[in-house]
Design a protein. Structure first.
Length: 144
């Protein structure tokens, strides 16, 4: 007959082995997930443009944001942070990025949405260039 210490050791070893196998399976299962989120951003209107006395330009726009991010949720996803950024070039800077909108998707049930909104954050450039840039130069990056 085996002693109590031997039986406890066997039980603990078995439990740790099962836990290690479950961790390995969980880790490998994420490699087979290939998410395919979709999003679309449509700028409807530029509400107002302001050329400030200090030389700054400020822009406000109305846009439609729609997305289906349900494929990003797995057993290991608690929430998703998404944002919309505008990217443009000026003679002074080759890359300018401005965050226009962001949000937190708390669950898979909320991961398919359509929002009609204005930019949540100020769209400001420190140099008066918005009047000289054509609107087509602005590249709205999709939700990430």
């Amino acid at each position: 007959m085996h002693s109590f210490g031997y039986r406890a050791n066997a039980l603990l070893t078995f439990a740790v082995t099962i836990l290690a196998v479950m961790c390995a399976i969980a880790s490998v299962s994420d490699n087979f997930n290939s998410p395919s989120p979709t999003s679309q951003v449509q700028v409807l209107n530029i509400n107002w443009f302001r050329n400030k006395p200090d030389g700054d330009d400020e822009l406000s726009m109305t846009m439609n944001i729609s997305a289906d991010l349900q494929s990003l949720f797995t057993w290991n996803t608690k929430q998703i942070f998404v944002f919309l950024a505008a990217e443009y070039e000026t003679p002074q800077n080759s890359l300018n990025q401005v965050s226009l909108w962001d949000g937190i998707i708390p669950a898979k049930e909320h991961a398919r949405f359509y929002i009609h909104t204005t930019n949540k954050y100020r769209f400001v450039d420190q140099v008066s260039v918005f009047t000289t840039l054509p609107l087509s130069i602005f590249d709205l990056m999709d939700l990430i």
